[in-house]
Design a protein around this ligand. Sequence first.
Ligand code: CA
Ligand code: CA
Length: 390
Amino acid sequence: MGMVLVFAACRDATVSGTSPAASPRGSLSGSDTSLTGSDGSHAKSPHSHAESPHSHAGMVWVAGGEFRMGDTDGEGGSDERPAHTVNVRGFWMDRTEVTNKEFAAFVKATGYITTAEKAPDWEEMKKQLPPGTPKPAPELMVPASLVFTPPDHAVDLHDASQWWGWVKGADWRHPEGPKSSIEGKDDYPVVQVSWYDARAYARWAGKRLPTEAEWEHAARGGLKDDPYPWGRTAVTDCGPKANTWQGEFPHRNTRWDGYNGLAPVAAFAANGYGLFDMAGNVWEWCEDWYDADYYARVSDGVSDRVSHGASGGVTPGTSGGLNSGVVVIDPHGPARSYDPAEPTVPKKVVRGGSFLCNAVYCKGYRVSSRMKSSPDTGLENTGFRCVADE
Ligand SMILES: [Ca+2]
Ligand SMILES: [Ca+2]
């Protein structure tokens, strides 16, 4: 009886907590990420496509098909609405976030230098800033990246600068700053990588970054309209489901899930497709530009990628409303970015939440939760995984 009750409670647990915090002011936006940093230039690799593995080792095949993309649990922000029916082709996807060991092999083979290892370029930065913004002090124009630097007391959760520090010498080999290292952390996700860095790795590996639709389809793991990769149970019910934050953010972490910061990849159960950490641990870069209004446009049939019922329509009872019968085929995101919180800063989509997410502050681990970062940003809680076509 006890077992049955526990099982029932786990299966039926309702989602608690509030929606992600509203966008903070200034150059910080969204929830736990997104401070514009470093230069906007595209880092160049001395070799291209050289000595890459070009195999599907470590990947799983994610069958294509239709799914409801967006806010299917009623907890989403306006940028997740309306939920709409999407059809994607099948693809291979890395089982785990790209690890330090894998990224190191890429750097060794190519001599690649990441965005965070180069000083910001003021001419590039200016393009993302409101006209008349003064040039930052010289001590800030150095190779640096964003490190989680928690205060010892409660702070205004609308001001992410309270817990993100621009740390000189922080990069993928020194994720928490120059005195930190990745020694003994081969199986941890690589972090402090910009979108440019992630794309360079993917190209070298003969892969690519997932579209936002592919990412969400994969994260859902074959479940229908559930809020999490594992179903409907809250992240902290019935044992840890993912590396997130427990306690009060950002000053008190109870480490109930076993990890204060990053966890090695695949430390928690995989989803139905055999994919690990689609919720939590690190945010994952996607190929697409972020536009807060994109879902509304594709659902209205404005996008030229929309097909009206071309793939056999929508399962009765799941869509309804204005976009019934509209199937968006293999969307690749908008042509350009638009984040109303920072209109001058083009941003790429990141997905899945990180070790800094919790129910009160940021439920980025919901399968449909959308976040964004400028492509030159490196963060201690942001990495990526790759996909490949047949
Ligand atoms: Ca944790
Ligand atoms: Ca993740």
